[in-house]
Structure formats: structure tokens, C-alpha cells
Design a protein around this ligand. Structure first.
Ligand SMILES: Cc1cc2nc3c(=O)[nH]c(=O)nc-3n(C[C@H](O)[C@H](O)[C@H](O)COP(=O)(O)O)c2cc1C
Length: 207
């Protein structure tokens, strides 16, 4: 196995409590985000928007999210707001990744969102390659009242990932699933009758 394969196979997420300063500096952050420019991109739309939130702004972000949570009439669990605040409090830096949706476009919105999600993974890998670590968190809090506006997001932005980036406090390894549980070989349509019934399995585990 070559070094790059080892790097990919050993990638792990580092949750906020496993990260500390330093966060990537501005040049390093630019280098990390540059890697996302090589993300697969249907129609060359570059449907990506990266909002960097430096550590010095995180307190402000937390209070903004907490206020939004209180104002929201939805049935959102207040414990989630607390958990989110305690996550973010420890974050060395955050990149909010959004799909920047081109509409109208012959390229589906779904493909554009997938591309932005793939950009998240490019960013996490690039951060790892520079010796940093990170984690991908959900962005549902961005849909709380006023949050989009206060973050400067427009209607065309669809958030896909809150990436927390920083320095792992200690490196760790993780046992991974066996790929053979997830990989199959298609054995052809001949095993399916014309009315759609499978006569015998037309997939088997990839050997
Ligand atoms: C779209 C997406 C959203 C996620 N949101 C959260 C989240 O809100 N909270 C969380 O603990 N993990 C979340 N995760 C999972 C972590 O990013 C991470 O993948 C998981 O903890 C497993 O760690 P690993 O990547 O080292 O296997 C999310 C992952 C994805 C792809």
C-alpha cells in the first residue's frame, strides 16, 4: 500500500473536544480551501461558498445561534442548542460550506449540492495533509430565524457542512469497516425476469 493510500485509509475525524489551537492561519486556510477547487463539478459551475469563522468570532456566533434558538417557535430541542454551543465554544476555527446554487441551470440542484458536499471532504483531507484535523457537523442551526442573514448568506446558498478545523490534541487510529460488506458486483440483468422479479440474486459480493 502506498503512502497516499495509507493516508486515506487512516483518515479520522477529530471532534471539537479533540482539537486545539493553532487553527490553520490565513495562508494555510487558503491552501486548504484551494484543494476544494479540484472537487468534481458537474457543468463547471463551481457551486461552492466557503465562510471562514475565525476563533475570535466564535463567541459572537454562539450568542447569535442561541438567540435564534430562543426566538424560534419550532419544536427544536433546547438541549441541542446547548450542545451546539458547547461544541462551538471549543472550535479552533470553522468553515461553513454551502452549495451556491446556480438556477436556472441544466445541472440539477442535487448535483450542485453533492459537489459542495464533496468539497467538504476535500477540505477535511487537505487539512489532514497539512497536519491539522477536523470534523464535519450538520448545518441545521443555520436555518434558525435570522441566522442566514446575520452570516451574510443569500437565498442561493444551501449550507452543507460546518467544518471545525484545528490541531489534534493527540493523533489516533480507528478500526474501519470491511469494504466487502459494502461492495457488490452486478451479475447482469439476465437474472431478472421481464416483469421485474429477481429469479436469483443479480448481485454478489465483490471478490
Ligand atoms: C453531512 C454530515 C453531517 C454530520 N453531522 C454531524 C453532527 O452534527 N454531529 C456529529 O457528532 N457528527 C456528525 N457527522 C459525523 C462526523 O463528521 C464523523 O464523520 C463521525 O463522527 C465519524 O467519524 P470518522 O469520520 O472518523 O469515521 C456528520 C457527518 C456528515 C457526513
Amino acid at each position: 500500500m502506498n503512502t497516499l493510500q495509507q493516508f486515506l485509509n487512516q483518515r479520522v475525524s477529530y471532534h471539537v473536544h479533540e482539537l486545539s489551537l493553532p487553527a490553520p492561519n490565513t495562508q494555510q486556510m487558503t491552501d486548504i480551501l484551494q484543494a476544494a477547487m479540484s472537487t468534481p463539478d458537474h457543468g463547471k459551475l463551481k457551486p461552492w461558498h466557503f465562510l471562514v469563522i475565525k476563533q475570535t468570532r466564535i463567541e459572537e456566533l454562539i450568542s447569535l445561534l442561541q438567540t435564534a434558538w430562543q426566538q424560534s417557535n419550532s419544536e427544536l430541542d433546547p438541549q441541542r442548542a446547548k450542545r451546539l454551543a458547547s461544541y462551538l465554544k471549543q472550535a479552533p476555527s470553522i468553515v461553513l460550506v454551502s452549495a451556491e446554487i446556480n438556477e436556472p441551470s441544466p445541472i440539477s440542484k442535487q448535483d450542485q449540492v453533492f459537489s459542495a458536499a464533496a468539497a467538504c471532504q476535500m477540505i477535511l483531507l487537505a487539512a489532514d495533509a497539512l497536519g491539522f484535523g477536523g470534523v464535519w457537523y450538520s448545518t441545521d442551526a443555520v436555518e434558525l430565524p435570522n441566522v442566514r442573514q446575520l452570516l451574510g448568506l443569500q437565498n442561493k446558498h444551501q449550507p452543507v457542512g460546518f467544518l471545525v478545523l484545528g490541531s489534534p490534541i493527540s493523533k489516533r487510529e480507528k478500526a474501519r469497516a470491511n469494504v466487502s460488506d459494502h461492495s457488490f458486483e452486478w451479475l447482469g440483468a439476465a437474472n431478472v425476469s421481464p416483469w421485474g422479479e429477481t429469479k436469483s440474486a443479480n448481485q454478489e459480493r465483490l471478490k
